[in-house]
Design a protein around this ligand. Structure first.
Ligand SMILES: Cc1cc2nc3c(=O)[nH]c(=O)nc-3n(C[C@H](O)[C@H](O)[C@H](O)COP(=O)(O)O)c2cc1C
Length: 77
């Protein structure tokens, strides 16, 4: 296993592409943080997603997980 980790969160794929490139260039492991309930990645639903995210953040409970083996965790956001 590599020593470095690129941990990323991406809804529409921009951060994903960047994270993949950084991991490729540095040889780091790559793990995606995912919401427990997947986010709607249809850009035309952005306002509804932003409202949902705001609500989740205000609840201060774990909503994000990195599901790879060895990285199972949840984050307080
Ligand atoms: C629910 C949600 C809320 C966001 N809120 C902000 C914000 O407050 N300010 C901001 O600059 N970008 C915000 N963004 C944009 C993200 O930071 C990012 O630029 C965008 O999702 C593109 O990255 P991605 O393709 O990897 O998802 C938000 C995106 C989502 C999905």
């Amino acid at each position: 296993m590599a020593k470095n980790l690129v941990l990323y969160f991406s809804v529409y794929g921009t951060a994903k592409k960047t994270a993949e490139e950084i991991a490729r260039q540095t040889g780091a492991d790559l793990v995606e943080i995912e919401p427990v309930t997947p986010y709607d990645s249809d850009r035309s639903h952005y306002n509804a997603l932003a409202r949902l995210a705001k609500k989740e953040h205000s609840r201060k409970r774990g909503i994000l997980v990195a599901p790879e083996d060895g990285f199972a965790c949840s984050a307080q956001v």
